[in-house]
Design a protein around this ligand. Structure first.
Ligand code: NAD
Length: 478
C-alpha cells in the first residue's frame, strides 16, 4: 500500500480514501494510491516550513552527503526499483534497469556534486563599488511530474531543489506513483531530516492544484502536458511564483540523403518507439529526403515489424504496454484520425493482444503512417505513443518550414554528414534541443527544455540551480 511521505513519516491520507493503481501489462489493479487533497498538502507545507530554517543553514557538504546516500540506497535496491517501475508503467524491465533507475541515481549524484561548482557573479565598478550576488534558497517549492519516466523526471526536479537548500512538496503522477513511494523509504533510511522532502500522492485536480495554489509554496517546477501547464500558469502567474514548465512535443526527425544510413536507421527505430513512443523527446514526425525515401520506408517498416511487443518483464521485450487504457484509446483514436485524414498505415495500426499472462493488457503495435499533409492534425498534435508519420522532402527550406510548423518546440533530430548544413539547420530550427546524428545523448550540465508551447525556462546543470535560488545583488561602496 502506497502512503504519503510527510514530515519524515509514511502517512495515510487525511480522507482515508484510496484509488486503484493499475498494472497496464495485465490490465488489472494491483495496489492502491492515497486520494490525498488540500489537507495533506497543508500538513506537508507545515512540515516543510518547520524544516526549512535548519535545512537552508545545513552546509552544502552535508546536504550533498545525504543525497549521495539516497543515490546509494537506490543503487542497492536497483532491481526492486526497476521492477516496480516496469509494473507501474508498462515499460520493459530492461529499459527501467538500464535507463530510468540509473538516471534517477545519477540525478542525485550529479546535483550533489554540481553544487560545489555553483559560484555567483561579482561586478566591479572600478574605484567606486563592488557588487556581488548572493543566491539563497527560495523556501518551499512544489514539484509535479508525469507518468512516462516516473522516477527519472521526479528526481530531476527534487535533487536540484534539495541541494540548493529548499524544502520540497512533490507529487508524482497518480498513474505511476510506486517508485516515488520507494524513494520516500530510501529518504527515511538515508536520514534526510523530517519535512525537507514531502511526497503527497493523488490526483492533479486535487493535490496538484493545492500545491500550485498554496501561497507558501514559492516556486513550481512542472513536467507534463501543455494544457495542464497552461492551467498551472494561470494559477501561479498572479501569485508571482517562479515557474518552470516542461511540456509536450511533436519532434521532427530530419533525415538527409547523405546520412550515415545504418546509424540513422537503428537510431530512428529507437527515437520513434522507445518506451512505446512515450518519451517527450521521441521523433514522431520523420522527414526523409526524396532520393532515399523509398529505401528508407522499406527498411524502417522491416525493422519496426521485427520489434518484439509483449510482457514487459521478459528480457527480450522491445515494446511494453501503454500506460493506461485511457491513453491506449487516445493513441488508437489518433491512428483512426490519421486514416480519415488520408494517411496509409504501413505497419501496425492496431491494439496488440499478447499470448499468456498479458492477454488482457494494453498494448499497441508500433505504427508507421505515410501520405499525410505536414499540417494535418495527426502531424500537428502530440500523440505520445508508438505512432510516427513519414514524409518526403526536397529542399532544406521546405523541411525546415514543415519542422517548424507545429506549436511545439522541444527537440529535433537531424541526420546529415554535411557539416555546414548541420549547423545551418541547428541555428534555424525552433527547438530547445537539437541532436545531430544522435538521439537522447544527455549531458546533465546542458540546458534542457523547450521553446514555444513546449515550455518555459530550462532544467539541468546551473540552470536548475539558478531556478531554485533567489539572486540578491549586494553593492558595496569602496
Ligand atoms: P499531465 O499534464 O496530465 O500530468 C502531469 C502531472 O500534472 C501529473 O502529476 C498530474 O496529476 C498533474 N496535474 C494534472 N492536472 C493538474 C492541475 N490542474 N494542477 C496541477 N497538477 C496537475 O501529463 P501526463 O499525461 O502525466 O504526461 C504526459 C505529458 O508530459 C506529455 O504531454 C509529454 O510530452 C509531457 N512530458 C514532457 C517532458 C518534457 O521534458 N518537456 C517530459 C516528459 C513528459
Amino acid at each position: 500500500m502506497i502512503k504519503n511521505y510527510i514530515n519524515g513519516k509514511l502517512l495515510e491520507p487525511v480522507s482515508e480514501k484510496y484509488f486503484d493503481n493499475y498494472d497496464p501489462a495485465i490490465g488489472e489493479a494491483y495496489g492502491i494510491v492515497p486520494d490525498s487533497d488540500e489537507r495533506d498538502v497543508e500538513l506537508a507545507v507545515a512540515a516543510a516550513e518547520a524544516a526549512f530554517p535548519a535545512w537552508a543553514a545545513t552546509p552544502p557538504d552535508e546536504r550533498s552527503r545525504i543525497m549521495f546516500k539516497i543515490a546509494e540506497l537506490i543503487k542497492r535496491d536497483l532491481a526492486e526499483f526497476a521492477r516496480a517501475e516496469c509494473i507501474d508503467n508498462g515499460k520493459p524491465l530492461t529499459l527501467a534497469k538500464t535507463v530510468d533507475i540509473p538516471r534517477a541515481i545519477k540525478n542525485f549524484e550529479f546535483f550533489a556534486s554540481a553544487i560545489h561548482g555553483f559560484a555567483s557573479e561579482s561586478h566591479n565598478i572600478e574605484g567606486e563599488a563592488v557588487n556581488y550576488t548572493l543566491r539563497n534558497p527560495i523556501g518551499i517549492v512544489g514539484a509535479i511530474s508525469p507518468w512516462n519516466l516516473p522516477l527519472y523526471l521526479f528526481t530531476w526536479k527534487i535533487a536540484p531543489a534539495l541541494i540548493t537548500g529548499n524544502c520540497v512538496i512533490a507529487k508524482p503522477s497518480e498513474i505511476t506513483p510506486m517508485t516515488a513511494f520507494l524513494l520516500s523509504e530510501a529518504c527515511i533510511e538515508a536520514g534526510l531530516p523530517e519535512g525537507v522532502l514531502n511526497i503527497v500522492h493523488g490526483y492533479g485536480h486535487k493535490v496538484g492544484k493545492a500545491i500550485t495554489a498554496h501561497p507558501k509554496i514559492k516556486a513550481i517546477t512542472f513536467t507534463g502536458g501543455t494544457k495542464t501547464g497552461a492551467d498551472i500558469a494561470s494559477v501561479v502567474a498572479p501569485m508571482f511564483k517562479k515557474l518552470s514548465l516542461e511540456l509536450g512535443g511533436k519532434n521532427p526527425n530530419i533525415i538527409f540523403a547523405d546520412a550515415n544510413y545504418e546509424k540513422m536507421l537503428s537510431t530512428t527505430v529507437m527515437s520513434s518507439f522507445r518506451n512505446q513512443g512515450e518519451i517527450c523527446l521521441c521523433g514522431s514526425r520523420v522527414f526523409v529526403e526524396k532520393p532515399i525515401y523509398e529505401k528508407f520506408k522499406k527498411d524502417f517498416v522491416e525493422r519496426t515489424k521485427a520489434l518484439k511487443i509483449g510482457d514487459p518483464l521478459q528480457n527480450d521485450t522491445d515494446q511494453g504496454a501503454i500506460v493506461s487504457k485511457e491513453h491506449m484509446e487516445k493513441v488508437l483514436g489518433y491512428i483512426k484520425l490519421a486514416q480519415e485524414e488520408g494517411g496509409t498505415v504501413l505497419c501496425g495500426g492496431n491494439q496488440f493482444i499478447p499470448e499468456g499472462r498479458c492477454d488482457n493488457g494494453w498494448f499497441i503495435e508500433p505504427t508507421i503512417i505515410e501520405g499525410l499533409a505536414y499540417n494535418c492534425r495527426t502531424n500537428q498534435e502530440e500523440i505520445f505513443g508508438p505512432v510516427v508519420t513519414i514524409t518526403p522532402f526536397e529542399t532544406e527550406e521546405e523541411v525546415l518550414m514543415m519542422a517548424n510548423s507545429t506549436e511545439y518546440g522541444l527537440a529535433s533530430i537531424i541526420w546529415t554528414e554535411n557539416l555546414s548544413r548541420a549547423h545551418r539547420m541547428a541555428a534555424n530550427i525552433q527547438t530547445g534541443i537539437v541532436w545531430i546524428n544522435c538521439w537522447m545523448v544527455r549531458d546533465l550540465r546542458t540546458p534542457f527544455g523547450g521553446m514555444k508551447s513546449s515550455g518555459v525556462g530550462r532544467e539541468g546543470g546551473m540552470e536548475a540551480l539558478r531556478f531554485f535560488t533567489e539572486p540578491k545583488n549586494v553593492c558595496v561602496k569602496l
